[in-house]
Design a protein around this ligand. Sequence first.
Ligand code: PEP
Ligand code: MN
Length: 352
Amino acid sequence: MLVTLTASADSNRVQTALQGLGLWTTALSDRSGRTTAFWIQPCSSAVPVERIRAVDGVADVSCQRSPHPLLDACAGRRTAVAGVSFGGGAAPVLMTGPCSVESEEQIHLAARAAADAGARLLRGGAFKPRTSPYAFAGHGRPALGWLREAADAAGLGVVTEVMSEREVDAVAGAADLLQIGSRNMQNFALLHAVGSAHKPVLLKRGMAATIDEWLLAAEHLLASGATTVLLCERGIVGFDPSTRNLLDIGAVALLSQVHGLPVVVDPSHASGRRDLVLALSHAALAAGAAGLLVESHPDPRCARSDGPQALTPDALAKLGDIVARFAAVATADPPRMHPPPSAPEAIHTGLS
Ligand code: PEP
Ligand code: MN
């Protein structure tokens, strides 16, 4: 149930009155931080709608049930990962590093280049999903330690993929942001195990997943304890092999501008080509992305995975300038007003 407030309502008084009726509330705010509505948690007492409507400051009560109430409660809010703000009008955040952590030396060089470009988090795969069973699948647990040390030395946070329930504790011990890869977006057992680690999660969109399926996967994470979820658009399957995937920029605009959710973009896996990464990064930031997850490598010619899409250190520096320009605009502009969470029925398709 959603209780919306009048423009002049004193949200603290409304909240106290609702709590007095036996209702458990979650405040929803617009981008300026003003509380515009309360989501009533399902564990609340049963109270007649008329009594809620009669509370001073209540404009309306909507009884439509959202399929993802916990995610809706994140709308318009700023969230923090490793002390870095995402969404809610915060400056866009650059996260970068190699596809795979290949050696201690490689990840230290990558971390230095990432920090020089203004990145705040270092990415790098210790556990890699590979189409071929004979391809390099990462160094596993030792690489988690190298990644953490390199990030600490450069003053960065860590984002890395967790592929199996068995590795959740090890990855959660090393990373600030746990990545669920595209291939695992609907691996519900993994989502529940990762949620139970009570850490921030970056949820990549399945390469053939609808937006509804993606949002419900995020709800699985939040319902099982994830402290926050960053949605990551990384391209969906298209019909044209000229690019590796098809960046769904409309989904980025929809989620960031209409739903008010923190969505980051991975232009590397979306295109598969380093010569397109800067242009797609521009597009993503213009569409409202809260950040970018970009592959870069000290020497992409030697990369053991995804070399063709990895930025060189020079190109990464150029990307850093682009992100800084968008960040300057975000900090100069007053926060945009944000509509309340979209009508749940408009995004619910009755999936099982
Ligand atoms: C990755 O980030 O290295 C990766 C494997 O991404 P995705 O799950 O989007 O393919
Ligand atoms: Mn990769």
